[in-house]
Ligand binder design. Structure first.
Ligand SMILES: [Zn+2]
Length: 356
């Protein structure tokens, strides 16, 4: 048995408010605990999006009632809310900016709309960029020009990891995260994930080439965090004619990483560094006292969506054999999960940011 500190997942789509048929603060935090994750940072592209004081309160009041692990909530950058956000920074996980195409209120059509956020959002609060390929290069230039830290969400490409490496060597304040699906899956796996349902292979950023995947593994020292980008959609939605992109990931993160440790591709120190120490530093998160995860590193089992606690009902890793099972999770002195059963109550999770 190995004992690890509770993992932090800095990139989770909880889906509440607005899309609780996919997931909510209850099921997302149950899935987190079952995966050995004791703190999640929730993304703001909910319905409505979290982008001002009212919508932040809406998300946080749902979280307060339902969350079973600790959490913080990101606020989203929109075209006309840059003035409002500095006052909310201390209540939020940080600012999320969607620099590539997105829809609705969080859409930032051109770089003039990035500027007020870079000018006014406090430098000691984290700023996370969804920015792929050349947009990521633009985001890193903004970090250099405005001299503030940025964190690049879910990198997936060789060109991205190599540019971040070069930027770090020049002293630019950039950090990044990678998702398990971009480490353990490539384009070549899409037929096996999809079967008759092409929508199941859809995720943004898309699954990349083998060469991209190899480059991420080769540059593991450039990667600051592991993050799931847990993005649940129901199986009916994924198998529909208009499938939304996104994979669930909270319950498969740690088993996949431990399997890679067993295969000699990662070390336990990598997991502690990229799932606990670095996220804590980058996002200014408090330590969770008396919080740990017990894993049986020798237990082999098959991943089955039917045994998962996420509401979405499927996983791209269905049928994979992994080695390393979460046996017990203790959150602030109280057993929160043991042998497949959630023991934490709804509302036991704590908002780690300022309340008022
Ligand atoms: Zn995401």
């Amino acid at each position: 048995m190995i004992r690890l500190p509770g993992l932090i997942d800095p990139h989770v789509h909880v889906r509440e408010p607005g899309q609780t048929h996919k997931e909510d603060w209850d099921t997302a935090t149950q899935a987190a605990l079952a995966g050995g994750v004791t703190m999640i940072l929730a993304m703001p592209n909910t319905k409505p999006p979290v982008f001002d004081s009212q919508t932040l309160d809406l998300a946080l009041s749902a979280a307060k009632q339902k969350a079973r692990c600790d959490y913080a909530q990101f606020i989203g950058a929109g075209p006309d809310n840059a003035d409002l956000l500095p006052a909310l920074a201390s209540k939020a996980a940080g600012l999320k900016m969607y620099l590539d195409s997105t829809f609705g209120e969080l859409r930032l059509d051109d770089m003039t709309l990035w500027m007020p956020h870079f000018e006014s959002f406090p430098k000691d609060s984290s700023m996370v960029l969804h920015s792929e390929s050349r947009t990521m290069a633009a985001g890193i230039l903004f970090a250099a020009v405005y001299d503030r830290p940025v964190h690049i969400a879910h990198i997936s490409l060789k060109e991205e990891v190599l540019l971040i490496k070069a930027a770090k060597e020049r002293g630019i304040k950039v950090t990044c995260e990678v998702c398990p699906h971009h480490l353990f899956l490539s384009k070549e796996d899409i037929p096996a994930i999809s079967h008759e349902h092409p929508g199941r292979g859809e995720v943004r950023p898309r699954l990349a080439t083998k060469e991209d995947v190899d480059a991420l593994w080769k540059n593991m020292d450039v990667i600051d965090c592991f993050a799931t980008d847990h993005a649940p959609h129901t199986i009916e939605e994924k198998d529909s004619d208009n499938p939304p992109p996104g994979f669930p990931g909270l319950e498969t993160l740690l088993p996949l990483l431990l399997t890679a440790v067993g295969d000699g591709r990662l070390t336990i120190d990598h997991i502690v560094e990229k799932s606990i120490i670095n996220p804590r530093k980058i996002f200014h998160l408090p330590e969770q006292p008396e919080t740990w995860v017990e894993v049986d590193e020798r237990a082999e089992y098959e991943i089955k969506a039917s045994e998962q606690l996420t509401r979405c009902g499927w996983t791209p890793f269905e049928g994979w054999t992994v080695k390393g099972k979460v046996r017990k999770v203790v959150l602030r002195g109280k057993t929160a999960f043991e042998e497949g059963t959630i023991l934490a109550n709804a509302g036991d999770g704590k908002n780690i940011r300022k309340q008022e």
